[in-house]
Design a protein around this ligand. Structure first.
Ligand SMILES: [Cu+2]
Length: 157
């Protein structure tokens, strides 16, 4: 009889330990996992791959889709005229145009503003994926694209 209750206590202890471990794992991974990122890009775009690597290092799961013509994608998601860059991504219901830093995308996903997405027009030197061998960079501003396609400054780097 005594040995049986000891066995029960040991089993309960194991169960408790199991619970504690799974809670610890959840906390470590963060409360909400980062959403899946779908990137549309041209097969031969090198700086696009640089940005994909930057996003993966930041913890995003990135799926890459190579397309010959980017125009239909940009039109569909709503990239404003003159604000385009080399690649267009979709994440959490927003679009991300160009070499936008992952930190801005994480902020977008936590704040969830009423907007279509973020744009970083052109390909500014020093932005993620546009690093230069000598470390040169230019200041750049990521813009938020509102529901009507209007842009407002979102983050300066
Ligand atoms: Cu680029």
């Amino acid at each position: 009889m005594k040995s049986m209750s000891l066995a029960l206590i040991a089993m309960a202890a194991l169960l408790l330990q199991g619970c504690t471990e799974s809670i610890a794992a959840q906390t470590q991974a963060g409360t909400e996992p980062l959403p899946h990122v779908l990137v549309h890009k041209n097969e031969y775009c090198g700086c696009c791959n640089g940005w994909v690597e930057h996003m993966r290092k930041a913890g995003f799961h990135v799926e890459v889709r190579n397309v010959d013509n980017m125009d239909p994608v940009k039109t569909r998601v709503g990239v404003p005229a003159g604000k385009g860059s080399c690649h267009t991504a979709e994440v959490g219901g927003y679009f991300i145009e160009g070499h936008v830093p992952a930190v801005d995308i994480k902020r977008l996903l936590s704040e969830r503003p009423d907007a279509k997405g973020l744009v970083l027009p052109g390909m500014p030197l020093g932005s993620p994926g546009m690093e230069t061998p000598d470390g040169r960079s230019v200041p750049y501003t990521v813009e938020l694209v509102g529901p009507g396609g209007e842009t407002t400054p979102y983050a300066s780097h």
